[in-house]
Write a new protein. Structure first.
Lengths: 657, 347
């Protein structure tokens, strides 16, 4: 998010338990830090996503800037305690402006040996390691492939280890509520969360309210989880396992009303807002697929806004319904991930050919094939660009952060309806599931999407067939007056969107090549050339309606770092750090991939070197080289994880060495 | 000005377009096109309120020849586009034109799910038991032994029975008619148009080029009466040249009987298109001329309306959910959209 970088504000008075004043004990050492990165890690059944989300909400409401990264396995419940079943949630919270969920962890909470094993490498030397020691029996160690307990072999010597029997303490804390042992164990995450709240002096009220609302029908659970949370907090307070508490002051953030939002949530709001402001019904056709399903789920909750969601029988039906709805005059959108895009290719081409608006949401994940369903990647760019038969131009936009998902969802609808073409919205698992604070937009400042449907024939002034590079009508005679010409184009080459039901405009469209202007089936050589060229030119005309590519950095920069989509946060942080160290580096980031902004070539050619970090094997670099003949060098990573800032920083240094 | 579409009466020719019809001479599709124009003209729905959506294949060129709204889509997927069109515009009368390859092979999945959901679309499946536009390969509906370019020596696959599939998919309106039985077809099309919900109509359609005469037993006047059973709601199932044959149920097995010799008319099965369960319709959908031809008394193939029941459509149910959501919390406005439970204000 954008806010001026600032030094941490003076430490606020410590908020005590449940927002009350402190308990009168002598204050222990307090250290004020600018930013902290923590991760909760445990078994998929341990409730780590919940603990992380609660910590995030609390931090956001406390006024920090935040960025999160949930990381979970594809299996809903992999065998308990195994390495495959580890689920993690990382939160970066800060007193200044941040763009990523953080590289190295300041604190790590692990609920079992498997979580320790898979996450320890990310903890910085000297970092705080909170270990649930109750799950370190022989079989637990065995499942995590430890021969000797890491708690006993000295391997954790470089960290500040907080050994806590979380399971035992939780059971004691909830003993009076008569839960089954299994139910009691489910409260563990709240105990751990309470402990971390103590460590960072966070108030409990947000989570206490959550517990009250979530378990409203079951007072026993409200009491038990509340007790567990407070017990964790008090445990930190009483036992003094750590000699220090940390404070992260409020960030200096632009005034306004904020909420925390994930990329997928922002996309939901962007699509609904766009449809509302265009005065249109939104029809969303989708087949459940990770990591795009939250958009379908989110839109299903939007019925009172007139949103119609349709859970289709397959990916093809999902886009069929969306495109059929667009034909009918609604805003048709389909959502999926890479494997689903493969299945939608033919229908996307029907939209290209019939020149109907449709938005294809692709929340990218690791591929090819089923690939890494829950892990992030940016490897569908060339698929979106070229993955269809024939010369098949489509528009492509890519949000650069969770918050930007709102704006680009809106843009996708604007472009599709203005230019009568399919638009890809390329998000990715990282920004789709990641969250950050979002300043609520002012409705009156949002752009209106103006859609005009014709109601009258449009052949006035038309000189007859053959004048637009096409051939003759089927019977060779010029059209009679009062005819509707479905492919008669406007100044940007967009065709009229006549809605079935409108008297006098009855017409037929389809996937067969058609004569320009009349839309009649036409196989003539010159016409196909003309139509192919026209479809490309129309998409290129979009460039006249999008912002220039912005460059940030010193005037004498030698290196340009160019990215697209979800890598914005990591790249920006790396470039800013390098710039602070005096390196001659600038940054430009693509949110529009097809067409690219008009000044792209001019920007690229101003720099001696171009570095393109992307989470694939070099797809944007490939496009830039092909289109602009620039010596773009890739920094490629396909590990199912976002870039670390340090990785990009190192590449910048190397490029300028 | 464009031809006005609010005439009190429409003529079949009002549905003609300026496009040259490109089916082969003698194709059964010509008859279907003509009967459709007659049926729609008689019903009087304004042209602009009608849309034809098709997939790929000979039959799927149909929309180009109807002066209504038309969408010629991709292979097998027409029901999905038609579904989207209905969601966007519940005022439209939406017809899907498909064939045995388009609707039962590549598009089988969509057909089943559209019928199951009871989307208010009228699906016309032109069944010629062959692939025509790709020039003569066997289809999933080809009867065993059908010779074709891809089935030298005759196909050996078990064919799909379109009406059995539709019934198993919970279709609320299921019917069959024949390209040359023009009066009957007009009646069936009008019934389908009037039905609220998914309507599925199988139309026997002769492919003059690649599968000529496959339905001759049902169209040749000299044998037709013995091979076709005209279904009429509430009437006993009687057929045959002299209307002496009938269908009787023996346990779970229907049998062909001679009225007067084997039983009386009262002993025959009575057709009930509105039955709660589709069991009877399913039994009828199994009557196949070809597989029973060696039988002493071969089954006639029933035509007409097998099943017509009312069940809420998908669109009605979805709209009801939307209305309920609006009733609970009011019609959503964009101003309320961004609020969330946990918001905070920075001064």
């Amino acid at each position: 998010m954008s806010s001026p970088n600032g030094s941490p504000a003076a430490a606020a008075p410590a908020a005590g338990l449940n927002g009350t004043t402190s308990n009168g004990k002598p204050a222990r050492q307090r250290e004020t830090v600018d930013a902290v990165t923590i991760r909760f890690a445990g078994d998929s059944g341990d409730g780590m996503q919940l603990a992380g989300t609660q910590f995030t909400n609390t931090s956001a409401l406390a006024g920090n800037d935040i960025a999160t990264f949930p990381d979970f396995p594809a299996e809903i419940r992999a065998p308990a305690g195994t390495l495959a079943g580890v689920s993690g949630f990382q939160v970066h919270f800060s007193a200044s402006d941040i763009h990523t969920p953080g590289d190295a962890l300041d604190a790590l909470v692990v609920m079992n040996p498997a979580a320790l094993k898979t996450n320890l490498k990310d903890l910085r030397p000297g970092g705080i390691l909170i270990v649930n020691t109750d799950n370190f029996g022989v079989s637990d160690l065995d499942k995590a492939r430890y021969k000797v307990s890491p708690l006993e072999d000295g391997s954790l010597a470089g960290y500040r280890v907080v050994r806590t029997p979380v399971a035992k303490l939780t059971r004691e804390a909830v003993a009076e509520f008569k839960l089954s042992p299994k139910e009691a164990d489910r409260c563990k995450n709240f105990f751990a969360l309470g402990l971390v709240y103590w460590l960072y002096e966070r108030p409990l009220d947000v989570t206490l309210k959550y517990i009250r609302d979530k378990f409203a029908k079951n007072p026993q659970y409200v009491n038990a989880n509340t007790a567990a949370l407070k017990a964790g907090y008090n445990y930190g307070e009483t036992v003094e396992l750590l000699p220090v508490q940390y404070q992260v002051a409020k960030a200096r953030i632009e005034p306004g009303t904020y909420r925390k939002i994930t990329g997928n949530e922002a996309a939901v709001l962007g699509f609904v807002a766009a449809a509302q402001l265009a005065n249109k019904t939104l029809v969303y056709g989708s087949y459940p697929i990770t990591p795009a399903s939250p958009i379908l789920e989110g839109l299903a909750e939007m019925r009172r806004y007139g949103v119609k969601t349709f859970q289709a029988e397959d990916e093809i039906a999902a886009i069929g319904v969306a495109l059929g709805a667009s034909y009918g005059g609604a805003i048709g959108i389909t959502g999926t991930s890479g494997p689903g895009v493969c299945l939608k290719s033919e229908a996307i081409n029907l939209a290209v050919m019939t020149e109907l608006p449709v938005v294809i949401v692709d929340v990218q994940r690791g591929g090819p094939s089923t690939g890494l369903p829950t892990k992030t990647e940016q490897s569908d760019l060339l698929q979106a660009m070229f993955g269809r038969n024939g010369d098949s131009p489509v528009a492509i936009v890519a949000p650069q952060s969770p918050v930007d998902c709102f704006d680009m969802a809106f843009e996708a609808v604007r472009i599709a309806t203005r230019f009568m073409c399919p638009v890809f919205y390329l998000s990715d698992g990282y920004i789709a599931n990641g969250s950050e604070p979002w300043k609520l937009p002012q409705v009156d400042r949002l752009p209106r999407i103006k859609i005009d449907h014709p109601t009258e024939p449009n052949d006035a002034g038309w000189a007859g067939p053959g004048h637009e590079g096409g051939g003759e009508t089927a019977k060779g005679e010029p059209a009679a007056g009062g005819k509707f010409l479905p492919y008669r184009r406007d100044d940007v080459l967009s065709r009229p969107w006549a809605v079935p039901g409108t008297p006098g405009l009855e017409h037929r469209i389809g996937g067969i090549e058609k004569q320009d202007v009349t839309g009649n089936i036409n196989y003539e050589p010159a016409n196909h050339q003309h139509m192919t060229d026209t479809r490309w030119r129309k998409v290129e005309n979009i460039a006249g309606t999008i912002p220039d590519l912005a460059v940030t950095g010193p005037a004498d920069a030698e290196l340009l770092v160019v990215g697209w989509g979800g890598t914005y946060g990591s790249i920006t942080t790396a470039v800013e750090r390098a710039q602070r160290r005096g390196l001659k580096v600038a940054q430009a980031h693509f949110r529009y991939l097809n067409p690219m902004p008009k000044n792209t070539e001019a920007v690229l050619k101003r720099f001696r070197k171009v570095l393109v970090p992307e989470l694939n094997t070099g797809q944007l670099a490939w496009l830039l080289r092909a289109k602009y003949l620039v010596p773009a060098e890739g920094l490629c990573k396909v590990q199912g994880k976002p870039f670390l800032v340090s990785e990009i920083e190192a590449a910048i240094e190397k490029a300028l060495a | 000005m464009a031809a006005t579409t609010t005439l009190p009466t429409l003529k079949p020719d009002d549905f003609k377009t300026d496009q040259e019809v490109r089916w082969c001479p003698g194709c059964g599709d010509y008859s279907i096109l003509a009967q459709m124009k007659k049926a729609l003209a008689a019903l009087g729905t304004p042209r602009e309120k009608i849309a034809f959506v098709s997939g790929i294949g000979c039959s799927s060129r149909f929309p180009y020849y109807m002066n209504t709204y038309g969408f010629h889509t991709i292979h097998g997927r027409a029901p999905t586009f038609a579904t989207g069109l209905r969601l966007a515009n519940p005022e439209l009368q939406v017809w899907v034109v498909t064939g045995d390859g388009d609707g039962l092979s590549i598009g089988g999945n969509h057909l089943v799910h559209a019928l199951r959901r009871n989307i208010d679309i009228k699906v016309l499946l032109f069944n010629n038991e062959i692939y025509g536009l790709t020039k003569g390969q066997y289809s999933p509906a080809s009867r065993p032994g059908t010779p074709s370019k891809t089935s030298p020596g005759g196909s050996f696959e078990t064919p799909v029975r379109p009406l059995s599939v539709a019934l198993a998919a919970e279709a609320t309106f299921v019917a069959r008619t024949i390209d040359l039985d023009v009066q009957h077809m007009v009646g069936v099309l009008q019934r389908a148009a009037a039905h609220k919900g998914s309507a599925f109509v199988e139309i026997y359609q002769n492919c003059k080029i690649f599968n000529d005469g496959v339905f001759e037993y049902a169209t040749d006047k000299s044998v037709k009466a013995d091979n076709v059973l005209y279904l009429e709601h509430g009437k006993p199932m009687v057929f045959g040249k002299d209307r002496s044959k009938g269908i009787r149920l023996n346990g779970l097995k229907p049998e062909v009987v001679t009225v007067g010799r084997d039983c009386q008319v009262d002993d025959l099965l009575t057709h009930d298109e509105a039955a709660d369960e589709p069991t009877l319709a399913y039994l009828l959908s199994r009557f196949a001329h070809d597989t029973a031809k060696d039988a002493v008394d071969p089954y006639p193939e029933p035509v007409g309306v097998y099943r017509a029941v009312r069940r809420p459509t998908y669109e009605e149910l979805l709209d009801a959910r939307i209305d309920a959501a609006v009733a609970r919390k009011g019609r959503g406005k964009v101003e309320e959209l961004f609020a969330a439970e946990d918001v905070w204000t920075v001064q």
